[in-house]
Write a protein that binds this ligand. Structure first.
Ligand code: PLP
Length: 437
């Protein structure tokens, strides 16, 4: 039929012309895409042959307000019709970018008050490292160049953010082993102190961490971890940067993930949830002090900026998206549904042999897969990818993490998810685990 022909044509075109991001190259060549999505509504996605699945990952941890929000499409269209683009370089500006920066100052933790906009999270991270280094040049300490990040961290794929990423395969992919980037154990502040001492405190510009590690396997830091990090950074004079690309905008049940730990950073990177994926936008926020120092000490031009820094349409969409998050009380819902999700995971763990540790904060959750939870012994070959494949067949999208010998399935459903939808997600997950074990 006509539809079959169209699907066949798209499969072939995809294999031939489209190099997918973060993809299994050979498998894509052989089999083509597993889903060609055509529509989204709420927590559901529909593909070209009519399969409907639960988007248990909010796509890439980012579609916080759910799919098919016409309010956001309307705002984008209005802004694009009025002023699709104008530059924010030098002294040019536009209203959505100004209003969004002001709104961010209102909702951000601590005294983060000034925003530099990018098009996504990788650019946000690279911007933070560059601004940190520039800051130290202005402060008369140009040797402070190094960035310390954590094992199991993911910070993106630009050159700086690749180097900061603690997951080794991402660095090995391009032989990225810049000696200005070093790594401390993700949970041990003792190790952070050792790395600082070994590298030399006066060579270090900043320490960066995700409040909850997502792509690296869903790791929630110990309760006092970030308080100790904050005090170590102060002790050695390092800037403390949080990467809130996943954890920002309600994902963990608070506006920003670091709020769970009662401290605030000197800089904060964000992206993803700020627009729920309806436009490409990220950025870095600076504390009042850092901003003031930059203003007072700068003599020349800020030689860092992207064409799309402060894109008017993206900023207009972000403003509306934040309005929806607030109006619909999605942060409180993320907290409530997150607790339900964890309860559901524990229930499944009680019924299934292969569920080991259960982890989560707000609507970020992870299940460690083991041979038998009584012994905690791992499988020789990771089983999480089989679970993900089986779940997809049964109508649920989730994701596996197998880096560093891990065998974990992760979840991050949209923040609009309700009780019935969550129950459905958990039902499919339970059936899937039973089928796999
Ligand atoms: N930082 C974190 C914590 C992320 O999870 C990601 C993406 O998943 C990034 C940065 C990179 O963001 P982007 O893919 O928008 O460049």
């Amino acid at each position: 039929t006509k539809v079959d022909n169209c699907v066949q044509e798209l499969l072939e075109l995809d294999k031939k012309y489209f190099l997918h991001p973060t993809s299994p190259i050979k498998q894509q060549q052989d089999q083509g895409p597993s889903f060609i999505f055509t529509e989204g509504k709420g927590i559901m996605l529909t593909d070209i042959v009519g399969n409907t699945v639960i988007d248990g990952m909010s796509s890439l941890w980012n579609v916080n307000v759910g799919h098919g929000r016409e309010e956001l499409g309307k705002v984008a269209m209005e802004q694009m019709s009025k002023l699709a683009f104008s530059s924010c370089f030098a002294t040019f500006s536009n209203e959505p970018a100004i209003r969004l920066a002001a709104k961010l100052a209102q909702i951000a933790p601590g005294d983060l008050s000034t925003t530099f906009f990018t098009s996504g999270g990788s650019e946000a991270n690279d911007t933070a490292y560059k601004l940190a280094r520039h800051y130290w040049i202005l402060k008369g300490q140009p040797n402070r160049r190094k960035i310390i990040s954590r094992t199991k961290s993911y910070h993106g794929v630009a050159m700086g953010s690749t180097n900061a990423t603690g997951l080794k395969p991402f660095r090995e992919f391009t032989n990225s082993f810049d000696p200005d980037f070093c790594y401390a154990d993700h949970f041990s502040t003792e190790d952070l102190r050792c790395v600082i001492e070994a590298e030399g405190p006066d060579t270090i510009a900043a320490f960066i961490a995700e409040p909850v590690q997502g792509a690296g396997g869903l790791h929630v830091a110990p309760k006092d971890y970030f308080k100790e990090v904050r005090s170590i950074c102060d002790e050695y004079g390092l800037l403390f940067i949080t990467d809130e690309v996943i954890t920002g905008f309600g994902r963990t049940g608070k506006y920003f993930g670091i709020e769970h730990y009662g401290v605030s950073p000197d800089m904060m990177c964000f992206a993803k949830g700020i627009t729920s994926g309806y436009a490409q936008l990220g950025g870095v926020m600076l504390s009042k002090n850092i901003h003031q120092d930059l203003m007072e000490l700068s003599t020349g031009t800020l030689l860092h900026g992207y064409t799309y820094s402060g894109h008017p349409m993206a900023c207009a969409v972000a403003l509306k998206n934040i309005e929806l998050i607030e109006q619909e009380e999605l942060i409180a819902n993320a907290e409530k549904m997150g607790k339900e999700m964890l309860k559901g995971f524990h229930w499944i763990q009680g019924k299934c042999r292969i569920i080991g540790k259960v982890k989560g904060l707000g609507l970020m959750g992870g299940l460690e897969i083991v041979k038998d939870h009584r012994t905690n012994e791992s499988f020789e070959t990771p089983v999480a990818p089989l679970i993900v494949a089986e779940a997809a067949k049964r109508g649920l999208i989730c994701r596996s993490v197998v880096f560093d010998g891990q065998d974990t399935v992760v979840f991050a459903p949209p923040l609009i998810i309700n009780r019935e939808e969550l129950a459905k997600l958990l039902d499919i997950l339970h059936e899937t685990i039973v089928a796999v074990e």
